[in-house]
Design a binder for this molecule. Structure first.
Ligand code: SAM
Length: 213
């Protein structure tokens, strides 16, 4: 009941500190996952126009609360949520299933390039690998890194998009602007629901997709 009372209260609730390395009841250094403040979530959903028939891609599953709300509104087959932290993603999957919802919860970085998630791992031969998956088509790319000699790393890609080329173009765009941190970016949502992401000032818009050279 105490949990329910907090969940219904209009405050953000930190659910993870320091990428899960912190234990105990005291504050950690950095809040790395939280249940968002309900009024902020509902305002976001209003701006998003969550209407019948829509499919929603959520970046940052956290507790899974938003994914649960979206599932109740749209049906869980119309909701995909991406969470970068594997433990947080697994906890959310279990919590959602316990509530009767099964939206697709993908473990990956949802902000890398639009409509694409990635995962890291090691190949059977021990090489560090990175997989990229397109969320709306069957595009894919995989990089096998050679940690001793990066020039001998291999990349393969397939499908309608060239995801690795898009990744390189996005990285070049970011490097050419002095490798800005996340705190240098902003978002404007206009009254008609248009969204513009900008760098340092609202007039310097971030392109939706960086042209691949
Ligand atoms: C404020 S919480 C999300 C709240 C959540 N939507 C809810 O229903 O309560 C933000 C979450 O985004 C995750 N996150 C941060 N950067 C991310 C990224 N680039 N891709 C995917 N998830 C990310 C964090 O691990 C954290 O769990």
């Amino acid at each position: 009941m105490e949990w329910q009372r907090w969940a219904d209260t209009n405050v953000p609730i930190v659910t993870q500190w320091d990428d899960g390395h912190h234990t105990g009841l005291a504050h950690g250094e950095l809040a790395t996952s939280s249940s968002s403040m309900p009024s902020a979530v509902f305002a976001m959903f209003r701006d998003l126009s969550v209407v019948e028939g829509a499919r929603v891609l959520e970046i940052g599953t956290g507790t899974g609360w938003c994914a649960g709300l979206l599932s109740a509104r749209l049906g869980d087959r119309n909701v995909v949520s991406v969470e970068v932290d594997e433990t947080v993603a697994e906890t959310a999957r279990k919590a959602l299933a316990a509530a009767g919802w099964h939206p697709e919860v993908v473990t990956g970085d949802g902000l890398l390039i639009p409509g694409c998630v990635y995962t890291y791992g090691r190949s059977p031969r021990g090489k560090q690998t990175m997989w990229l998956f397109g969320l709306t088509d069957l595009s894919w790319a995989v990089a096998f890194f050679n940690e001793d000699d990066p020039a001998r790393s291999n990349v393969y890609q397939g499908g309608p998009r060239s995801l690795w080329d898009e990744l390189e173009a996005a990285h070049r765009w970011w490097s050419e602007r002095g490798r800005p941190g996340h705190e240098e970016f902003g978002l404007t949502v206009t009254a008609d629901g248009r969204q513009e992401i900008w760098l340092r000032e609202p007039s310097t818009l971030v392109p939706r997709a960086v042209p691949v050279r």
